[in-house]
Design a protein around this ligand. Structure first.
Ligand code: CO
Length: 220
């Protein structure tokens, strides 16, 4: 009996992928070893159903990615901040996109106060968003609609958090062009909904956030 390993199928997939890539574009990997020059930083949820590159059809080398549960940006999270700093200061990405998704389990757990262990400490940040917008959330029907509204509000608030990091503040102060955006992805149809919370100027953070929040739930 040949020895099999539980990850053999993944290694086989990888071999095929590498071969197909090289057949389609013989210089592909050689080019990537020389440099990466992505224009975008994606900050998304760790959810397995939201694969960053695939959703926007970008190749390796084109998208810098940070993912965590419920796409949260916290000012003391050295992991996320290091990714952001490297992306902005060194790679000089032009766009940072916070990408949430409807039906996010992390957001749902935060809203319903599910006790899941250590993760509750992380999701506390989403509960802060929930508390901030308690009246408008209460106006949504309990269940999926309310979770989805909090998914949207969470993206908007995390966009503001990105815009208020020392990394982005410093970049803007020295005249570097970087725009922060907020999207939300639908698991139902694979489509991204732009929450139109694009921020490229520290003076427009509050007004952009307020407009984006007011626009939620309106078809325009
Ligand atoms: Co999620």
């Amino acid at each position: 009996m040949p020895q099999t390993h539980p990850l053999d199928n993944l290694i086989d997939n990888n071999r095929r992928w590498s071969l197909a890539r090289q057949e389609a574009d013989p210089g592909f990997f050689q080019r990537l070893t020389r440099q990466q020059a992505p224009e975008y930083l994606w900050i998304g949820c760790a959810d397995s159903r939201v694969p960053a590159n695939e959703i926007v059809a970008l190749d390796p080398g084109e998208l810098f990615v940070h993912r965590n549960v419920a796409n949260v940006v916290v000012h003391t999270d050295l992991n996320c901040l290091s990714v952001l700093q490297y992306a902005v200061d060194v790679l000089k990405v032009k766009h940072v996109i916070v990408v949430g998704h409807y039906g996010c389990g992390g957001v749902q757990a935060a809203l319903t106060n599910q006790k899941l262990g250590l993760i509750n400490n992380w999701l506390r940040h989403v509960q802060d968003v929930s508390n901030k917008y308690a009246p408008s959330l209460a106006a949504e029907p309990e269940g999926a609609a309310r979770v989805d509204r909090l998914c949207e509000l969470n993206v908007i608030e995390q966009v503001v958090n990105v815009a208020q990091t020392t990394v982005v503040e410093s970049a803007w102060a020295r005249g570097q062009e970087v725009t922060i955006h907020g999207w939300i992805y639908s698991l139902n149809n694979g489509l991204v909904n732009d929450l139109r919370v694009d921020i490229a100027d520290p003076d427009l953070i509050d007004s952009t956030r307020d407009h984006a929040v007011q626009r939620l739930g309106r078809a325009d």
